[in-house]
Design a protein around this ligand. Structure first.
Ligand code: ZN
Length: 691
């Protein structure tokens, strides 16, 4: 047994020793952290001053080493997943949750929090600290602190079951995704597929044992992995294969060993029970209590308002697409679900004269990154420079950066894990915080440490990794979160960076930056052809920009259908109207899907956002944030996007309000501080061409 002293997860450095941390460190380190935290919490319970320092800060100090180590474990599970890491997680999760519940339900700690709120000191706290105290009280009540002993046991049993079910849901989706593949052996089956996709499929075939597989000669393994499924549906000319893949995708995790159907029913019942136990009418009430929208009605109003604008336009878009397809040899009466992405892509190519795949050679990952950092400099005055080698990393491809502020002082650090590793790394892209800014009692400041993970194509054939405009958009999104995390001016870690921001407002900074990524002048600056260094010409840039509105109403309607089924599942199910979860899904697609889903569609079985992510009664948050982000971007449009002076001064105001204040104020106050008024939802409609 290794000594705890040598355990890099126990003695966690400022920059964790990612090159040394292994799954076998996790259980001993986390158990020791839990024991330490337990001891420190017990001491606080025995008597603590009902003051900010004595109660709030002291509790953070008591538990912070544990939460930081657990954050590192969760991170490694996302980027270095293995059987060993999964086992460590399964062992630790119940213990970590038990500790977390024990703290959140501590009567003495709750009483000292109440005493703080009612003390003279409370009135003298600044707005950020007051907000932290009030949110802590709300969270404690939602954690069941007020329950009698028997009810509390029942409440806790529900929480434990929910966490296990969420984990099972995720693993079922992962396993079901891995279980399906089609091996293509005939060149004709790959008609239409772009070279990057052929390479990805050949690589997948090699990993599945076809050692000699190549992009040119196959065989090619097609899977339901996000990076394969999406492009395949857009590019494959083989309608039969698209149908096969589509059907497999919408019935994922819906039968056999990976069946999520009954898990969904159990999760929803448990959530409802929890919410009712702590005094809400339904789970949406509990979820929205800590969100900017506050009430379900506000969410339904937004869905109605945007839905009313989007639906007539969405039907028009689909009719135009059908006519487009008919004119090009499509001879069915209507477009099936597996035809839409394909014909929509052909329509974009014809209307706007480009294909994202053909643009890929213009956008080298490293150059795009440079351009993104430069834009962040213009907008927010920061400088991001390479700091590779300063901090240990978990994989040789991971980059490390230093973020410099106005006076060229270091204000933050950033890890970037760029490439796809399907066997061990989660799909998609995400941002995470590994450390939050905070002023320590001795006056020193802990700097924010942020992290971006993406799934870019691995550089192959001696060429750098290149990106499509869509992938650039995703990178901008994640970096938008980073800007908010690193540009915070808040000194208390409880409300600095992305902490303490309402879930439905936390996507504002990310979606705001997305708005920049498709601007012609921005894309031009990012472009540099991989062979010639040439920039994209203005005509194409203009067309890319215009194509942003292509099928925008249909996309919006799709998002609204997810938002609506999520809200209905957490407010109106079970009821006469919705006897099964599937009824809520059907009602949402009846209203918002122009082409109805197949009868056997089991989309809910892989809707991880709401069943295994944090988006339960919160999927609407994307659009809610989008409304705010579009209106924030509107301020720049009004001032003139070609005016560097106004961009710099507005950018400074944006940095000083939305980015700097983070979770220290209510999001409405933060927004008004930037825009001078409440958000105007028509900005989003205009941006999407719906108004
Ligand atoms: Zn985001």
């Amino acid at each position: 047994m290794e000594r705890l002293d040598d355990n890099p997860l126990y003695n966690l450095a400022e920059f964790p020793e990612f090159d040394r941390i292994r799954p076998e460190h996790a259980v001993p380190a986390l158990r020791a952290h839990i024991a330490n935290a337990e001891k420190a919490v017990a001491a606080l319970e025995a008597g603590c001053e009902p003051t900010w320092d004595g109660r709030i800060d002291a509790l953070r100090s008591a538990t912070h080493p544990l939460w930081r180590a657990w954050g590192v474990v969760s991170h490694l599970i996302s980027v270095c997943n293995s059987k060993q890491w999964r086992e460590a997680e399964e062992t630790l999760l119940p213990e970590v949750i038990a500790f977390s519940i024990r703290v959140s339900q501590s009567d003495p700690l709750y009483k000292s929090l109440l005493a703080l709120r009612d003390s003279p000191e409370f009135d003298s706290l600044d707005a950020g600290r007051k907000r932290v105290v009030e949110n802590s009280l709300r969270d404690a009540r939602n954690s069941g602190v007020g329950l009698e002993a028997g009810a509390r046991e029942e409440f806790n049993a529900c929480i434990e079951k929910l966490s296990k079910l969420g984990m099972k849901f995720t693993n079922n989706v992962l396993d079901a995704t891995k279980a399906f593949s089609i091996m293509l052996c005939d060149r004709a089956e790959t008609d239409g597929l772009p070279p990057t996709l052929l390479e990805a499929c050949a690589q997948s075939a090699r990993e599945a044992g076809e050692a000699g597989a190549s992009a040119e000669d196959g065989p090619w393994r097609v899977t339901l992995e996000h990076a394969v499924y999406g492009p395949f549906m857009q590019y494959s000319e083989r309608r039969d294969l698209r149908e096969k893949l589509y059907r497999a995708n919408v019935t994922r995790a819906a039968e056999g060993e990976t069946d999520n159907c009954s898990i969904i029913v159990d999760i929803l019942a448990l959530r409802r029970k929890l919410a009712i136990m702590v005094g809400y009418e339904d789970y949406a009430g509990m979820s929205l209590a800590s969100k900017m929208a506050e009430k379900a009605d506000a969410v339904y109003d937004m869905i109605d308002m945007i839905g009313d604008a989007a639906m007539p336009k969405a039907r028009e878009e689909m009719q135009t697409l059908l006519e487009f397809a008919h004119a090009r040899g499509f001879n069915e009466a209507r477009l099936s679900n597996w035809d839409q992405a394909y014909w929509s892509r052909r329509q974009v190519e014809e209307l706007y004269g480009y294909s994202p795949e053909n643009l890929r050679p213009y956008f080298q990952f490293a150059k795009v990154l440079d351009g993104l950092f430069e834009l962040a400099g213009k907008l927010a005055g920061i400088k991001v420079e390479s700091a590779d080698g300063i901090a240990p990393v978990w994989h040789k491809d991971v980059r490390f950066f230093r973020v410099l502020g106005d006076d060229r002082e270091t204000i933050a650090w950033l890890y970037l894990d760029p490439y796809s590793r399907p066997e061990s790394k989660r799909g998609g892209a995400w941002m995470n915080d590994l450390q939050t800014r905070g002023k320590m009692p001795d006056g020193t400041v802990k700097l924010p440490i942020a992290l971006i993970a993406c799934n870019q194509a691995f550089p192959a054939g001696g060429k750098p990794s290149c990106m499509t405009p869509g992938e650039i958009n995703t990178l901008f999104h994640e970096f938008g979160h980073v800007t908010q995390h690193v540009l915070t001016k808040v000194d208390i870690p409880q409300a600095s960076g992305i902490n303490n921001i309402e879930w439905d407002a936390v996507e504002v900074a990310s979606q705001f930056l997305e708005n920049w990524s498709m601007r012609p002048e921005v894309l031009k600056a990012l472009s540099s052809h991989v062979d010639t260094g040439a920039k994209l010409d203005d005509a194409i840039l203009e067309r890319i920009h215009n194509s942003e509105k292509h099928m925008a109403a249909t996309q919006t309607a799709r998002q609204l259908s997810f938002a609506l089924m999520d809200m209905d599942l957490h407010t109106k199910y079970p009821s006469d109207e919705f006897k099964t979860p599937g009824d809520a899904a059907k009602a949402a697609t009846d209203r918002f899907a122009v082409t109805p889903p197949l009868p056997e569609d089991r989309f809910l079985c892989s809707f991880s956002h709401i069943f295994a992510g944090g988006y339960a009664a919160g999927y609407y948050s994307y659009m809610w944030s989008d409304v705010l982000a579009a209106d924030a971007f509107g301020a720049f449009e009004e001032a003139g996007l070609d005016n560097p002076g106004s961009i710099a001064s507005l950018g400074r105001r944006y940095a000083d309000t939305i980015l700097a204040l983070g979770g220290s104020r209510k999001p409405m106050e933060v927004f008004k501080a930037f825009r001078g008024r409440e958000p105007d939802p028509t900005a989003l409609l205009r941006q999407k061409g719906l108004a």
